[in-house]
Design a protein. Structure first.
Length: 338
């Protein structure tokens, strides 16, 4: 059991507190006032009970989380004895700097993570005493249900702090991935690149937002829970990707310039799975296993989507036979930057 403090008890902070508490850790939350922290603790307990009733959390989750999460009177009280501290205050550098100063003065030894989605970890580290223990630990909303976590060290983050965080994240059932401290990190660089191109398609009159969403979620987006962009490219064939880039360059020569790292691999004869290597290495003898996994995964995804049915975006209330459930007034339906 690790003693964890979560500073900032809103929906992101509360969700992370649930994750850590469900993994058996002792979690204390704090906020700008003791009253806000106490109010958010009550909200977390109510949400947890609802999630268990909906079978989104395992049986016994409410009892476990209730026992493992408490609210502190102040940030200093919350972090004083913590071994790991997660900062989850609003995405403004001056707020984060002020909070990180308080945290690091109150606890000079704990590993400190920031849940920033866009702010430079190196810049945030300027406010941290003993900054070698500091790194970005970026969960996505809703934290209890999205498995990926970006782990973002700055140039002087100690390897021991990174490894300790990796162990904590993995032990909480999440998938951690190391990312260099660069603007937007990985998640938002990719997320906003896709969104930008989607807006271009709308502006050009190629398709409506509704049809673009339908294409994304039912074609390449359908594959993404199982394979990332490099694995997908390797399975398609890197030479095929190069031909497609050449076609796109007819109208968009700069927007779709062939990436140098793609051309370099093709020149070396690394064309993807059909040659045993591209961006991702795989033993050619395992290709049948990969194909079988892919087919089984896609079939299971189809079954799941059929079971769930369309989202309220795509199923009007009249068609679904019921009024759509509203999110609580204080809960964000989505946090695009997360």
């Amino acid at each position: 059991m690790t003693r964890i403090a979560v500073v900032g008890s809103g929906y992101m902070g509360g969700g992370m507190a649930q994750v850590f508490a469900l993994a058996g850790h002792d979690v204390v939350i704090s906020d700008v006032t003791a009253e806000i922290a106490a109010s958010n603790l009550e909200r977390i307990r109510i949400e947890t009970s609802e999630f268990e009733e909906q079978a989104l959390f395992p049986a016994g989750a409410t009892e476990l989380i209730t026992a493992n999460i408490s609210a502190a009177e102040s940030i200093e009280d919350a972090v004083a004895d913590a071994e790991f501290i997660e900062e989850a205050v609003p995405e403004r550098i001056e707020i984060k700097h002020a909070t990180l100063r308080r945290i690091s003065r109150a606890n000079p030894t704990a590993v400190i993570g920031s849940n920033t989605s866009t702010i430079s970890i190196t810049k945030l580290a300027e406010a941290v005493e003993n900054p070698e223990r500091f790194l970005g630990v970026h969960f996505s909303n809703p934290a209890p249900f999205v498995p990926g976590v970006e782990l973002i060290p700055h140039p002087t983050t100690a390897e021991s702090a990174i490894v300790a965080t990796e162990v904590l994240v993995a032990g909480s059932g999440k998938i951690g991935a190391r990312v260099r401290d660069a603007t937007g990190f990985v998640l938002n660089r990719l997320q906003y690149a896709l969104f930008h191109e989607a807006t271009q398609l709308v502006d050009e009159g190629v398709a409506t937002p509704e049809d673009i969403d339908a294409i994304v979620r039912s074609t390449f987006g359908f594959r993404l829970p199982f394979f990332g962009p490099f694995a997908i490219a390797d399975m398609a064939g890197l030479d095929v990707y190069a031909f497609c880039y050449a076609s796109l360059q007819g109208d968009f020569p700069e927007r779709f310039a062939t990436p140098a790292i793609l051309s370099e691999r093709i020149e070396r004869g690394e064309l993807g799975t059909k040659t045993g290597g591209g961006f991702r290495a795989i033993d050619p003898e395992r290709i049948p296993e990969l194909v079988a996994y892919r087919n089984r995964a896609y079939a299971k995804m189809t079954e799941l989507l059929d079971e769930l049915g369309p989202s309220p975006f795509d199923a009007p209330a009249a068609a679904s036979g019921q009024e759509p459930a509203a999110a609580p007034a204080s809960e964000p339906v989505a946090e695009p930057s997360r």
